[in-house]
Design a protein around this ligand. Structure first.
Ligand code: NAD
Ligand code: WQD
Length: 350
């Protein structure tokens, strides 16, 4: 009998890629998403890409804070585990609207955990973030590195991590894996699903992609005086399909390791790449010139962040398969086939 997984936020960027890998791995999947930052077209495309496994996917438009609606979902299916992606993730917006972030991310998670507990479903994979390493004094960041919230978004991740540790301490039946993603980029190799941010992109790759398709005139490079090889910020970019596979590995760990309590793993490649290196790789993959405007540092940015991957490699038996070249190739494949994302048309709010 195949296992049933509830995926919150499964219509989003990382969620949709993970749902596809789950279906192809033989899992049954129920997605709940309020579609605040995503499109149901992504779910339809995932079902198509999954071929015969597409029949094992269902999805419901639900806000996680709607406890009655969530309870109905749990009453109709016995879930073996939950992967919890749903949340707001824009750092700048979280500084402007902290209550909105605390309400959505914390109340949503607490409601989910309450409903899970009430239905005896106590296996959870949670999307945390490398943002909780703050401005690392040392790289690579290991799972033991000090944690620090640089903004309300990051604080929601830290608080949820603590909530998870607390509930597991209080009830050892809980088995929880906290995954700290570094910088997810790229898209499924079909070019049929990918990242489709609303409004002006906050992150580097979606911005580069929109310059390449002519939606924006130039990329602003934030900071050219960092103590790095070329003065620009260094990050650990990870292909979203590798990241999605990391969730399957985490689920296997939850199902197979009876001793696991609440455990944390970095999901990254362990390699640092600068902004200018990323631009050069994208230009090579796309054949497009990306005009640059050199600017000062973006407030709050760290100089160099990359992961130690040793723990995930050893304990989850997972490692990345794709490098920068494939990330840029697949990002461009998605962008060139879907220059305006899932809606297919210019969005006047941009
Ligand atoms: P995304 O915005 O594409 O996906 C999140 C999904 O959650 C969206 O589909 C949104 O509609 C849904 N959602 C938000 N609040 C909800 C609520 N209250 N009820 C139901 N659905 C809700 O983001 P993503 O990039 O796929 O990120 C997924 C998770 O990974 C998030 O928790 C994010 O914080 C975390 N994360 C993302 C990154 C990144 O760079 N993309 C890095 C580290 C961690
Ligand atoms: C990468 C590099 C920028 C945009 C963010 C969140 C983090 C996590 C991942 C969710 C930096 C530079 C960027 C641009 C630029 N998300 N840059 N011009 O800041 O590492 O992490 O996404 O958890 O929480 O903070 O990613 O893609 O924004 O930036 O020069 O237009 O690109 O300065 O050096 P970041 P990013």
């Amino acid at each position: 009998m195949s296992k049933s997984i509830l995926v919150t936020g499964g219509a989003g960027y990382i969620g949709s890629h993970t749902v596809l890998q789950l279906l192809q791995g033989g899992f049954r999947v129920v997605v709940v998403d309020n579609l605040d930052n995503s499109s149901d077209i992504a779910i339809k495309r995932v079902a198509e890409l999954a071929g015969e496994f597409g029949k094992n996917l269902s999805s419901q438009k639900i806000d996680l804070r709607d406890k009655d609606a969530l309870t109905k979902i749990f009453s109709s299916t016995n879930f073996d585990a939950v992967i919890h992606f749903a949340g707001l993730k824009a750092v700048g917006e979280s500084v402007q609207k902290p209550l909105h972030y605390y309400n959505n991310n914390l109340i949503g998670t607490i409601t989910l955990l309450e409903v899970m507990a009430a239905h005896g479903c106590k296996k959870l994979v949670f999307s945390s973030s490398a943002t909780v390493y703050g401005w690392p004094k040392e790289v690579p960041c290991t799972e033991e590195s000090p944690l620090f919230a640089m903004n309300p978004y990051g604080r929601t991740k830290l608080i949820i991590e603590d909530i998870c540790r607390d509930i597991q301490r209080g009830d050892p039946d809980w088995k929880i894996i906290l995954l700290k993603y570094f910088n997810p980029v790229g898209a499924h190799s079909s070019g049929y699903i990918g990242e489709d941010p609303r409004g002006i992109p906050n992150n580097l790759m979606p911005f580069i992609q929109q310059v390449a398709v002519g939606r924006r005139p130039a990329l602003t490079v934030y900071g050219t005086d960092y103590p790095t090889k070329d003065g620009t910020g260094v990050r650990d970019y990870i292909h979203v399909v590798d990241l999605a596979d990391g969730h399957i590995a985490a689920l296997q760990k939850l199902f197979e390791d009876s001793n696991i309590g609440c455990e944390v793993y970095n999901l990254g490649t362990g390699k640092g790449t600068s902004v200018l290196e990323m631009v050069a790789a994208f230009e090579k993959a796309s054949g497009k010139k990306i005009p640059l405007v050199m600017a000062g540092r973006r407030p709050g940015d760290a100089a160099i962040v990359y992961a130690s991957t040793a723990k995930a490699e050893k304990e989850l038996k997972w490692k990345t398969n794709y490098g920068i070249e494939e990330m840029c190739r697949d990002q461009w494949n998605w962008a060139s086939k879907n220059p305006y994302g899932y809606c297919g048309l210019p969005d006047n709010s941009n």
